[in-house]
Design a protein around this ligand. Structure first.
Ligand code: GLU
Length: 485
């Protein structure tokens, strides 16, 4: 039997990084099997939590990340519809709930939801008692059915044996065993006729032939209840892979509220989708070797459920930034240029060779949003302090710099071929001639023509891009500034 996994987001807003990681792992698990199928199912039965446009965010994110689903609302498939609210309309959940009642796995309840919630809250579950035993389960089933049929408002609740235990094997958390007496008789069909997540997920996973359920570990404690439903119907149960949470730090989860938890926020901060996927794949999973950079295809090959840990994984923006930098530096120059051109244009409006600027940037920028501030010196030569000429590593100070810069000026004034090679040859001849180190010429020159301590690209690259006239203008003004000191 081939593997079938699903990603089942609720369209409640942004794509949380923890959810995206769940989607990714579900994708990887499916795609490891050459016949495997990855399904997208939209879980929108909680109508009160729906957010306009949220479904588009889900589609867009999946597309940008290259997590292509084989079946789903937009691409169709043999076991649709793939949107839960559309499934509700066909009455299928109600039909299955009634069937479950006949099988002894559920019962009608005539309390309203508010009363149920209050009773649940009032019960002390710490002493091992069931959190809420429904008195309606004692009603005569025929009598209950008659009342429901006659139009009296009802909900349908799960019937759970008060004795015994329920066990299941989770691929990450191992064997979990719970006393049935601790499981509450949860609502399966609400009074508005809609199924709860707790019911719909079981029915849909079964009807969609899901073999591997991949989801957040907040569902771990409810899974015994789901398995009791599978058992009551006599259905095969899926494998379970409950994922440890993605944490902000040791104590708190990444939350939608603090602005750094969604895929969209990371895109705004200048990360690449490939790098984000690469990084989040490893939040809670570790590859067998020390490989750090993975394409999606490489992740499919390397991923192994056995190496998912049980502990929450901390989302480290510094690590993400460094992985993003490696991805950016690994791009071929032309694709890189296409990607960064708008960011370069933000800072550079004058007519410089943007491809040459991009090649300097590629060696240095770790995120896209870092790019414009790095390049501000091209359009306007900034005011700067002569202190920039002090550099321990380069063994420079303002005095040595002044001597070097004057030599540079003389050499460059006579240079007519302003190509990189010619500039290189001319400038690299100076240190030897003066009996000083390369850095004692090139570092001051870079400061003198950029006004900055660090720049993407060295003195020669920058001089070439600025052109002769602008380079000499800046160089002369910097020499003047040193002489005035
Ligand atoms: N709709 C649920 C959620 O977004 C899905 C849980 C599951 O994958 O079963 O949390």
């Amino acid at each position: 039997m081939s593997i079938r996994t699903r990603f089942a987001p609720s369209p409640t807003g942004y794509m949380h990084i923890g959810n995206l990681r769940t989607a990714l792992w579900a994708y990887l698990i499916a795609k490891k099997d050459p016949e495997g199928v990855f399904i997208l199912r939209i879980e929108d039965t909680d109508q009160g939590r729906l957010v306009e446009g949220a479904t588009d965010i889900i589609y867009d994110t999946m597309r940008e990340c290259g997590l292509k689903h084989d079946e789903g609302p937009d691409v169709g498939g043999p076991v649709g519809p793939y949107v839960q609210s559309e499934r509700v309309r066909s009455g299928l959940y109600m039909d299955y709930a009634k069937k479950l009642i006949r099988l002894g796995g559920a019962h009608y309840c005539f309390c309203d939801e508010k009363t149920i919630e209050q009773a649940k809250a009032a019960k002390d579950v710490t002493d091992g008692n069931r959190s809420y035993d429904d008195p309606c389960r004692l009603l005569d089933p025929e009598e209950a059915e008659r009342r429901a049929e006659s139009g009296e408002p009802f909900v349908i609740r799960q019937t759970i044996p008060s004795e015994g235990t329920t066990s299941f094997d989770d691929e990450v958390f191992g064997t979990i065993t719970v006393d049935n007496s601790t499981l509450d008789e949860q609502v399966l069909i609400k009074s508005d006729g809609f199924p709860t997540y707790n019911f719909a997920n079981v029915i849909d996973d079964h009807l969609m032939g899901i073999t591997d359920v991949v989801r957040g570990m907040e569902y771990l404690s409810s899974t015994p209840k789901y398995n009791l439903i599978y058992d009551a119907f006599g259905w095969d149960k899926p494998r379970y892979i409950h994922c440890p949470p993605v944490m902000k730090d040791e104590h708190s989860k990444l939350s939608k509220r603090n602005g750094d938890a969604s895929f969209q926020d990371l895109m705004k901060k200048g990360y690449l989708p490939e790098a984000v996927l690469n990084y989040i794949a490893m939040l809670g999973w570790s590859p067998e070797n020390n490989q750090e950079i993975f394409t999606l295809d490489e992740l499919v090959k390397a991923f192994n459920v056995k190496h998912i840990g049980q502990n929450g994984a901390i989302f480290d923006p510094v690590k993400l930034t460094s992985i993003n930098g490696l991805w950016l530096r690994g791009m071929d120059p032309e694709s890189y240029f296409q990607l960064v051109e708008p960011y370069i244009r933000e800072a550079v409006k004058k007519d410089y060779d943007l491809r040459k600027i991009a090649s300097g940037v590629q060696q240095r920028a770790n995120t896209l949003v870092e790019i414009p501030p790095m390049l501000d010196f091209y359009d306007t030569f900034p005011a700067y302090s002569n202190d920039l000429y002090f550099n321990k590593k380069m063994k420079t100070n303002p005095e040595i710099s002044l001597v070097s810069l004057k030599e540079c000026l003389t050499a460059l004034l006579n240079l007519n071929d302003w190509s990189f090679d010619a500039l290189h040859e001319t400038l690299m001849a100076l240190p030897a001639k003066m009996g000083i180190k390369n850095g004692q010429v090139l570092f001051p020159l870079r400061v003198a023509i950029s006004g900055k301590q660090s720049t993407p690209g060295g003195a020669i690259e920058i001089a070439e891009i600025l052109g002769k006239e602008e380079t000499l203008r800046r160089l002369k003004s910097s020499i003047q500034q040193l002489e005035n000191q």
